[in-house]
Design a protein around this ligand. Sequence first.
Ligand SMILES: [Zn+2]
Length: 390
Amino acid sequence: MSGRAQLMWDEAVTAYDFGPEHPMDPVRLALTRSLVGALGLDREVEVVAARPAGESTLRLVHRGDYVDAVKAVSADPGAADGSYGLGTVDDPAFAGMHEVSALIAGQSVGAAEAVWRGEALHAVNFTGGLHHAMPGAASGFCVYNDAALAIARLLELGAERVAYVDVDVHHGDGVQAAFWGDPRVLTVSLHEHPSTLFPQTGWPEETGADGAEGTAVNIALPAGTGDAGWVRAFHAVVPEVLADFRPQVLVTQHGADTHFEDPLAHLAVSLDAQRAVQVACHEFAHEYAGGRWVALGGGGYAVVDVVPRSWAHLVGIAAGRPVDPETVIPEGWRQEVFARTRQLGPMRMTDGRWPVSWAGWEAGYDPADRVDQAVRAARRAVFPLRGLLA
Ligand SMILES: [Zn+2]
């Protein structure tokens, strides 16, 4: 019988640091971990530090020449010249880049192994979800694609069907690319439309290669989409494709950059809606995947106000002790926030938009609504390929 949920954590992950000018400030990971502790959630889970992903594991997804290039700039950051996406504005090279990227990947691979072997029913690695990394290049703040590696490891262990659901504001392009032609992996991404946001992919017409048609699902939402539209779009597509695909494991990516305060994107989602979708992912794992759930972090650049609260909710849900949105945040954590960042931390575990309500797909359909048009495009592109009614 599986034990408590696992929370993957090794203090050394905070060395994933592209420098003081870069939006992906590792303080977001440290503050999330300490908020999890301040809320007492770490007593409800088994906290595990997995080993870094080794060479053979990294090569399940990444090309050998790319791994060699990461190692080279990791040892000598000054040598990075932009090749392989390393040494760019988005992905500057830094000393130890290979080691910490492999450590983060190892936490997601370890989470996948624990869930597959039944050591835990749920496992969370909020330090992962680095979904833009490509087999042969760094991209979008991501060096090694821990999400793709976790899925690849599940396949290596014998899984025949793995579903990946990505609700980061950006398209989960690297994971989609890694399994584009693999019918064993269903990738679903709910994101801001590629016409207004990096990485400019994730069009509904992207549905998978020959032999894997209908295993890539893309819901591209208009800029400005808020709670009701975001949650409605999620429910209008995700449960139907999961029910049809019948995954053995559900891997989810919970980038918090959909939030209205996020500085890098243009959706208008609240913490409360993010929590509602996390709860739904947990329920879907039980309903469609035998409870086997690997939950990852992702983007999120409102590093004080949003990311720690969003992922602390995720840990609480996986731990079987969801945090009440009205919970007042312990003062000690807020003092730590001020000491580390000179910013005032949030007071409560809600944005005051709780509970989140939305209309069901059939009943609430409005052909003039831009969110409904986006949902319709996604369903029309992929549902017939799966034998489902669009
Ligand atoms: Zn993102």
